[in-house]
Ligand binder design. Sequence first.
Ligand SMILES: Cc1cc2nc3c(=O)[nH]c(=O)nc-3n(C[C@H](O)[C@H](O)[C@H](O)COP(=O)(O)O)c2cc1C
Length: 342
Amino acid sequence: MNKIYEKTIRALFFKFDPEKGHEIVKKFARFPIPTFCRDTTELNVRIKNYKLRNPVGLAAGFDKDAKMISLLSSLGFGYLVIGSVLKQESMGNPKPRIVRYENEQSMVNSMGLPSVGIDKFVKNYLDSIIRTDIFISIAGNTLKEFIDIYKIVKKLTPFIELNLSCPNTENGMLFQDADNFETLAENVSKLKDGIIFVKVSPVINRKDAENLITIVELCKKFNIDGITAVNALPVKEKSISVGYGGLSGKKIFNFMLNTINLIKEYSNDKLILNACGGIFNSEDAFKALILGASTVQVYTSLIYKGPCITCEIKKGINVLLKKNGFKNLEEVIGYKSKLSNK
Ligand SMILES: Cc1cc2nc3c(=O)[nH]c(=O)nc-3n(C[C@H](O)[C@H](O)[C@H](O)COP(=O)(O)O)c2cc1C
């Protein structure tokens, strides 16, 4: 199925500017389609008091304005991360702001968080036909913006992801600094309903690692439920208007695994982890799950491999469960650390 996608739809879309293809899909995405990709109970995942039907999520950024939920929720995902949404409407960075590295199945984007703003986002959300669980990703330039949006979106879904790690806006990584994050976590936790995740950047050096360890401690202290790791990796890129952006896809897979490993080591099993970054198949997903991720999220692989990727990953995980003697996904999650604790 992937080969057909690659030779037809992808071949056509890749002739256009990367954003053009996305705009075309958006026009047709207001309606659901029949779901052919069924779920099995072995792949159910517990997130505190909630149950996701499977662990494969769509990462934030694909449907920033909640315009494609009806179509996307027909594709077999266990959940969709919608957003990141900002309080006010924002144009994002000037174009061109996406470049593909086709041979490396990676890309760099410097979208700069374009958003219709929270009011239109809520309207789009309420107009959607929703057939799977929804996480809403929110971003803010100030503490007040984060708090104002949080108060609104927590009424829509129990699952909220705070985007601390946008690599391509001026203030996109402000709240990943441990001191700023402490203020954010303390304030959000006072208003908390449901589940809160924070989304972090990949760890590249020792300083990043130390900062992330502090974030992990603060999450535990302020009752933040989990971490999504990772956002795109900051890089320089001349062919993008602003000259820099975030790298995603295969090239960041190992950064993602290392970051998940580090968080797992310091979380004392108190945080739920979502692995995101360069996941292209069930083997990739399994590596992250066995390290301790409860779910996996995809974005760039959806562009390169098409909508069948969800089904392929789910089917492949089921095969890997059987092959490795696991009864269900719950037995797999964090298996590696359970082994080393024996
Ligand atoms: C075009 C584009 C836009 C993105 N926008 C967002 C966003 O709004 N919020 C966010 O948290 N992550 C955003 N991301 C990052 C992805 O959610 C994901 O963390 C990253 O691409 C790594 O996963 P992948 O290798 O599967 O693509 C964006 C990524 C891309 C490629």
